[in-house]
Ligand binder design. Sequence first.
Ligand code: GN1
Ligand code: MG
Length: 363
Amino acid sequence: MEAIDTASILARFEVIGKIKEVKPLGNGLINDTYHVITDGVETPDYVLQRINNAIFQDVDLLQHNIEVVTAHIRSKLEACGTDDIDRKVLQFIKARDGKTYYRDDTERYWRVMVYIPDSFTHEAVTPQSAHDAGKAFGQFEQMLVDVPEQLGETIPDFHNMELRMRQLREAVSNDAMGRLDEVRGIVDELECDADEMCQAERLYREGKLPKRICHCDTKVNNMLFDRNGQVLCVIDLDTVMPSFIFSDYGDFLRTGANFTSEDDPDLSRVGFNEAIFKSFTTGYLQSAGNFLTPIEIEHLPYAVALFPFMQCVRFLADYINGDTYYKIKYPTHNLDRARNQLALYRDVRKHDAMMAAFIQEQL
Ligand code: GN1
Ligand code: MG
């Protein structure tokens, strides 16, 4: 990481206290994150983040979404008399010009939030953490069902399956790297199910499926826990935007309920973990069950299939294009990822009936 003058950046924000140390925090792949330690027990520590504006091109819209969402959650927590609110919702610090971000001379974007002390993230998905995650992400959506204004999409059409298919077809027709022959079989298999997987966009156009404010990056490490393992809050709000609730439900299970990682080249290890599916679903329906419409609930098994399918399409398109989007560690990394996600997709489809029955039992 290049040397940055964190003191002069922090001076642009209304932070209080004397800064003792600034050190890297977490292992995020998109933004650069630092823990700002202040002197004394009275002043809070902070989190300083450089926003990746290559991916999030409209930082003003991004921060506006986050401000609206955190203010709304805070008012909900206040209304129910929740204790310790500052640990249950992120709090952003204003820059001297009143905005919650600062653009430096080199067009880098920065933001500062209050560090929540004694908080932890977990990387491992267990039935217990999957249950907690389902409940927490469902609650997050639930608190945001009545957000007072229309929010924008921080990455336009992020989870639009029709768009992802168009991008794959474009990659196929360009075949920029001459890789098409190698992947023809996968493309054909994806094309067979493409129409079915694009049903969310059709339901939306027919007015049958709503978009709601979703998190859109539902991983277990995007939640903070306290010392006793209780969920404090949901973090990493950059992708919070209007989407189908399938985004939050399906994408968690894509990573959390795969027996192995998304880039494991040994396909014999790939498979759908029913126990994680069940615990996550139980937690999610506990908090989201009361606002979801019958159409949304009926399509939850579809959402579980949709996300490995979509991710396979995205990895494959990137492989055909010559690896321009995802970072790769070796030449066929994206191809291995695509094959892995396709294997997961196939296995999920074998569980369609089980999933539908399990969801009905929970209602
Ligand atoms: C990217 O950076 P990370 O790993 O949180 C991608 C997700 C994909 C994921 C696949 C902005 O997320 O949509 O599901 O890779 N995020 C963006 O590993 O494209
Ligand atoms: Mg992330």
